[in-house]
Design a protein around this ligand. Structure first.
Ligand SMILES: [Fe+2]
Length: 285
């Protein structure tokens, strides 16, 4: 059996017949290769039904499926190709909040003070190394137990470990936080259960999230990974890139007054937005 665009009824959208023809050709290829029984296929349909039922306004099981299969990372990579020296994008993930209030440079975003202190400083620059002044930096991270503030509204203060800063005239920024811990992706729904059964790693190595915006530049949405995390090679969402891995340096003991403390220096390199924007949907489904 073959399936081609010619078999589809005429559509107002030129791309739709082509999308379906490609998708169906690959689907048929999977079925020919795996040769499922009717019972196997019913299980597949039951799984997809469960994914839909597990999704609501607070939980998006389809996004989790897309992330854990690497589809989200691949779409990001196709649409955010940048010169090698620019900071690459990764997926944003489910814990971002856009409503975090702006803070003064140097502020401490650890509102409960629990964890090993971490001082972060850095610079936002363009491809020529010139500073990007007044860039918006939104950061968010898990706490020392691997939980985000919006996962534990009763245990963590609102906006804990979230910050919104602006770079100074030299493109520099700095703030205080705590060292984040890695975490497991949600495995209490159909996607986690399936992938755990298949032996997929469901760990996320320790990381910090950043979104950096400046007029005239492409927005950076990225992670910075802790280079000492033993799970770096098995990030569940395929986000680790060598240029995003950093070593957290131990701070001088005199400065840290004996308590464990760390520092991290970061450079984010932005690309001018002179390319055609690629955020509009191409497929009208
Ligand atoms: Fe995260």
């Amino acid at each position: 059996m073959t399936f081609s665009a010619q078999r589809l009824p005429q559509s107002k959208d030129d791309s739709l017949p082509q999308i379906l023809a490609v998708a169906v050709a690959h689907l048929h290829g999977v079925i020919r290769e795996l040769r499922p029984t009717q019972a196997d296929w019913r299980k597949v349909i039951e799984f997809l039904t469960d994914v839909g039922h597990a999704s609501d306004e607070r939980r998006q099981e389809w996004v989790l499926l897309s992330d854990l299969l690497g589809a989200s990372a691949l779409v990001e990579e196709i649409n955010s190709r940048r010169p090698k020296t620019a900071t690459p994008n990764t997926v944003r993930g489910p814990f971002f909040r856009a409503d975090v209030p702006q803070l003064a440079l140097g502020s401490n975003i650890s509102l409960d003070g629990i964890g090993e202190r971490l001082e972060i400083s850095g610079r936002v620059q363009d491809l020529d190394g010139d500073p990007v002044a007044n860039a918006e930096i939104i950061t968010w991270q898990a706490n020392a137990q691997g939980f985000y503030e919006n996962q534990q509204p009763d245990l963590q203060p609102e906006f804990n470990l979230r910050g919104f800063f602006r770079t100074d005239a030299d493109g520099r920024f700095h703030y205080q936080t705590i060292r984040p811990c890695g975490y497991g992706v949600p495995d209490d729904g159909p996607v986690g259960k399936l992938l755990r059964q298949a032996g997929y790693p469901l760990r996320r190595p320790a990381h910090l999230h950043f979104m950096i915006k400046a007029p005239g530049f492409e927005t950076i949405t990225t992670h910075i990974y802790d280079g000492s995390d033993p799970h770096l090679a098995e990030d569940a969402i395929f986000g680790v890139k060598p240029e995003l891995v950093r070593t957290f340096e131990r701070q001088d003991e005199r400065q840290s007054k004996g308590a464990p403390a760390w520092r991290l220096e970061l450079t984010f390199v932005m690309v001018r937005a002179n390319r055609e924007p690629r955020h509009e949907p191409r497929f009208h489904l």
